[in-house]
Each structure stands twice: as C-alpha cells, then as structure tokens.
Write a protein that binds this ligand. Structure first.
Ligand code: HSE
Length: 426
C-alpha cells in the first residue's frame, strides 16, 4: 500500500470539505486505489475550527516551516485563497520538494509562470483542477482527454454567484441590488461580492482555461471584462419574450485573425445547452476540431464539489509518474506573436426610448446604416407619455461600430436615449 501524506493550508469551506472527503473516504481509497492517504498536517490559525473538524492537536502546525520540514508530508494542498501568504507558502512547499495542489485561481492565474518554474526546478507536481469550475473536471479534460483537438472556442458559465443572481432576476423580475442582498443573506454571495459580480473571478478562470485551450499564455489583463451590476431586469424580460436567457458568459475564441477573450453579460438562445444552466450551477461548452461540441456541467463551488477536484488531483499526483505542466509556454506576459482581437463581432440587442413623432424612426435607422449595421428585428411597443419603447436586434457587427452608433444616437436631440445594449450570442 502506497502511503501518501497530505497537508492542508487553510481549513475554510474548501479546506474543510477536502479534510472531510479524505478522512471519510480513506478506506475507499485504500481498497480501490491502493493509496493510504493521511492528513499529516494542517495550517489553520483558528485551532478550534481544526479541532472541531476532528484534526488531532499534534497535526496542527504553527507555521509553514513545520509543514515543509515534515518528511511524512508528500503533497501540500493550498486552499487559503488570495495572493499572500498563499504564494510564499506554495513556493516554500515546492522548494522543499513537495507537490502542490491548489484551488487558488487568483494565485494560479497571476503567478502560474513563477510557481511552475519552481515546481519544475524541484521536480514537483503542481495541480490546479480546483481553480476552475469547482467539481467540474475541465482542466483535466483540456490537459488529457481533449488534447488531440485544436480547440476553436470555449464558452462558459463559470461563476456560480452571478449565475444565481441572474437566474433569480429572470425568475422574479427583481432588480440586481435586491437579489444581491438576498443572495448574500442565503450565503450564495460573499459580503464583499466584487470579485464575483464584477467578473474578476470569471476572468481569472477564463485566463487559465483559454491558455490551456489555445496553447498560449492569455494573461487575465487581456480579457475584456464587464460584470452584472448594470443588468436591468426589464431587458431580461424582453430577452425572454424574444427567446433568450441572460447569462454572464466567459468566451474564448481562437480564429484565423487572432484570439478573443471576454467576460460579460449576454443573451443566449434559450435552446442552447448553456441557457438551461441555472442557479449556482456552472458549465463549460468547448468546441474542438475533432470532438465537435462538448459540455461539462456541474457545481462550480462549495466544500464537497471543490474538495472533489482537490482529492482527484491528490490521487492523480500519487498515481502518476512525471508531472503535468502547462501545455503552453508559461510566461508572465502573452507571447508577442499572439494577436488579441479587441474589436470583436457580435449581434446586439438595444433598448431605446424614442419620441413619438413622424420621421424619428427613419432618422434613427440612418445612424445604423451609416456604420453599416444591419437590423434583424425591430419591436415597437405602445407609446406612453409621448415616448415609445423600442427594441432593436442587429445582425452581426463590430463592437466599435455599435459604440459609435450608440454615442451618436444619444447625442441626437430627437431620440431620447439608448437605455441598454446587450450582446447576443448567435
Ligand atoms: N465565487 C465563485 C463562484 C466560486 O461564485 O462561482 C469559486 O470560484
């Protein structure tokens, strides 16, 4: 029986879940994997929390040096989150010859080049399945199962908090602020929700996933990012009438003209598989040249789903020779030859309020035609107080042209306002 000693840095939600899985399934791993996996150390400032989980007093370390010098520990699991002290602890573990399993997407996204270099130098493994989409095994799929494919696009709902909020806004028509408060009360959103609602969490994950998919470093700073704070429930309801669901999408495309990477709210056709990914669930929809479309769906967060990804990495690390490093040149910045497309193409939904006067529509349309934008649908609602609610859907056009058109319309005196613009996934 192979002995595998594990240390867990941080016994919060994910660390606690990992500890529970490892201890409760210990016999299962012995019987089925031939692995005797034991938690030989934890690093947790809140000793009471560690003791309440059942950790023996003698296994609670006082500092990272105790973990690094413990020869019973083979694999260090970092589930603390944030950059420091997590980064120093991971580097210390790697420099002492221990393999590392991490769920820390911000750390891996921003410093994978540095961590991987140290891991390679010391011949250690560096595993990060839990950084992206919790229990959904997307990293391993990209590293192993899908590696025979040229991946042309990936599109995902990779943040559970925002998906929960948008699902509730869609179901009950409530405004963003109200639903956010409710989500915080229920524990679906953090007290400080910025990382989730402003799209940073999704951008970190998209950076990792698109680098693996497109075999070149995609720094998160290259990702266009827009959160959900400005989503108006009125637009969600119009979208539903037109057969669309509103989602915060993370999109990566690799085409002849370059790579485009973006995170923003968008309408997606209600018959697309991603449209039925609701509440806090996540999914990634990948298109490869051989496999065609693949969708991986499941829980993107939570103690046991994310713990599942961590324990999977521990078992993989313990049962494989050699290490599974990046499938791209892992540098801090993008390779100078990588071309990023910023002026991307999309279809658009626009909601306007226009004056109910003769000739207004034809003038309005002239702004679109001036920029070569073709309209696919116009819906005019009943006028109220001399104002007409108008919905315009465009054919595929360039982002910069839509921006110019909207600016021009908003500065024209006879058209009141473009109230919202939503990208539509064709
Ligand atoms: N906060 C993330 C989410 C989970 O809401 O999906 C961890 O990445």
């Amino acid at each position: 029986m192979k002995k595998v000693g594990v240390a867990i840095l941080g016994l919060g939600v994910v660390g606690g879940g990992t500890y529970k899985i490892l201890t409760e399934n210990a016999e299962f791993y012995k019987k089925n994997h031939g692995l005797d996996i034991t938690v030989e150390g934890v690093l947790e400032l809140n000793r009471e929390r560690a003791l309440s989980l059942g950790v023996e007093e003698s296994k609670i370390a006082s500092n990272i040096a105790e973990i690094c010098s413990n020869s019973d520990i083979d694999i260090v699991v970092e589930v603390m989150g944030g950059i420091e002290p997590a980064k120093s602890f991971v580097l210390a573990a790697l420099n002492s010859g221990k393999s590392v399993v991490t769920s820390n997407k911000e750390l891996y996204c921003k410093f994978s080049h540095e961590l991987e270099k140290v891991a390679k130098k010391n011949g250690c493994g560096l595993y990060y399945e839990a950084t992206c989409v919790g229990g959904v095994p997307v990293i391993r799929a990209l590293l192993d199962n899908l590696q025979g494919n040229k991946i042309t696009s990936m599109m995902g709902i990779i943040n559970g908090t925002t998906n929960y909020i948008l699902t509730k806004m869609s179901d009950c028509g409530a405004p963003y602020g109200e639903v956010l408060k409710e989500a915080q009360k229920l524990g679906y959103a953090e007290a400080n929700p910025t990382s989730d609602v402003d799209g940073f969490d999704a951008a970190y994950k998209l950076s990792i996933l698109s680098s693996l998919s497109f075999h070149t470093k995609i720094p998160y700073t290259e990702i266009y990012r827009e959160g959900i704070a400005d989503v108006d429930p009125v637009d969600i309801q119009y979208g539903k009438r037109l057969g669309y669901a509103m989602k915060l999408l993370a999109i990566g495309k690799n085409g002849e003209n370059g790579i485009e990477v973006r995170v923003h709210p968008a309408f997606i056709k209600s018959n697309h598989p991603l449209a039925s990914v609701n509440d806090s669930f996540n999914a990634v929809y990948i298109t490869g040249d051989s496999v065609d479309d693949v969708m991986l769906y499941g829980r993107g967060a939570g103690a046991l789903p994310t713990g599942s990804a961590i324990v999977g990495d521990i078992i993989y690390c313990a049962t494989h020779q050699g290490n599974n490093y990046s499938t791209f040149k892992n540098t801090e910045k993008a390779d100078p030859s990588t071309k990023f497309i910023k002026n991307f193409e999309s279809e658009y939904f626009l909601r306007l309020s226009v004056n109910d006067k003769a000739g207004v529509l034809s003038k309005l349309m002239s702004h679109f035609s001036k920029h070569g934008i073709s309209i696919s649908q116009v819906i005019q609602e009943k006028a109220e107080n001399g104002q007409v609610p108008l919905i315009i859907l465009t054919h595929s056009t360039f982002e910069n042209d839509i921006k110019k058109t909207v600016d021009e319309i908003n500065s024209a005196s006879d058209v009141t306002k473009v109230l919202s613009v939503v990208r539509v996934i064709a």
